[in-house]
Write a protein that binds this ligand. Structure first.
Ligand code: NDP
Ligand code: 8X3
Length: 259
């Protein structure tokens, strides 16, 4: 029987690419996000183009009430979730602590940490009863290092790193696997969101080198999921070839003779 995977934040980027790949691999996929129209259009595309089995759940992961209601009200044949991919997340702003915007801080902490906790608690209940499941948390290189002005975003991803390790301990006796996927720079809507729609600033993040694509990360997730039952990949750190760490990026200089 096909496995059921719930992917948070599947209206864009890594979540969207992962939904597409898992549908192609025969998973029944639950996609979530706040942007209802985009979510529903994507569900239709998956149904039509890939003949997939798809369910769209429109909620804000920051609301515990909305998260619990969405999971409680799952149709009977969608309740037995095998895979939870905690992907919904964001960076908001890039500034020193002393200049930080409190609303940005709340949004990152509420989404990247509290939202991840709410849905993990709601979904893991059933996994514990069934004594099977796999939780994949999308961390980041920002969960291993800090970079100038990245403070609160980095802190939320360090929290994802700690929570992944803690969940693995808590889930051990129930046979539930817990994995962290930690990417470096991936070109998605991430920077556009961080810079609040400033396309110039967002695209400059990826200038002069080849970043990872959302598809690159979806393939790593699929690799992790396709291991035999007794094998768990605890952690995977994936970087673009041009990025050694959060500080060292090798950007090609534009050729001055080119015009
Ligand atoms: P995108 O901005 O392209 O996608 C983010 C997704 O998260 C969207 O589907 C968005 O949906 C969803 N989301 C954001 N806030 C909420 C919310 N409150 N409730 C529900 N869904 C929400 O970014 P990425 O694909 O790049 O990011 C995915 C994950 O990968 C994040 O956790 C990010 O931190 C992490 N990551 C990204 C890297 C990068 O360089 N891009 C590198 C390392 C990690 P909607 O707006 O419809 O709600
Ligand atoms: C996203 C990667 O380095 O921009 O998590 O924080 S980074």
């Amino acid at each position: 029987m096909s496995k059921i995977a719930l992917i948070t934040g599947a209206t864009a980027g890594i979540g969207k690419a992962t939904a597409e790949l898992l549908v192609k691999k025969g998973y029944r996929v639950i996609i979530t996000g706040r942007r209802e129209q985009i979510l529903n259009e994507f569900a239709d595309k998956l149904l039509l183009q890939h003949n997939g089995s798809v369910l769209a759940l429109n909620f804000d992961i920051r609301s515990k009430v909305e998260v619990d209601a969405a999971i409680d009200r799952l149709p009977k044949d969608w309740k037995a979730i095998d895979v939870l991919i905690n992907n919904a997340g964001l960076a908001a702003g890039l500034s020193a602590i002393q200049d930080g915007d409190n609303q940005d801080w709340e949004q990152m902490i509420d989404t990247n940490i509290k939202g991840l906790l709410y849905i993990s608690k709601a979904v893991s209940k059933g996994m514990i009863e069934r004594k099977r499941g796999h939780i994949i948390n999308i961390g980041s290189i920002a969960g291993r290092e800090v970079y100038p002005n990245g403070n609160v975003y980095c802190a939320t991803k360090h929290a994802v790193d700690a929570l992944t390790k803690a969940m693995r301990v808590d889930m051990l006796e129930y046979g539930i696997k817990v994995t962290q996927i930690a990417p470096g720079a991936v070109e998605t809507e991430f920077s556009l969101v961080r810079f609040k729609g400033d396309e110039e600033k967002a695209s400059a993040v990826y200038d002069g080198y080849q970043p990872l694509s959302a598809q690159d990360i979806s393939e790593c997730i699929e690799f992790v999921l396709s291991r035999p039952d007794h094998v768990n990949i605890n952690d995977m750190l994936i970087m673009p070839k041009a990025q050694a760490n959060t500080h060292e990026l090798h950007r090609e200089q534009p050729d001055e003779n080119e015009w």
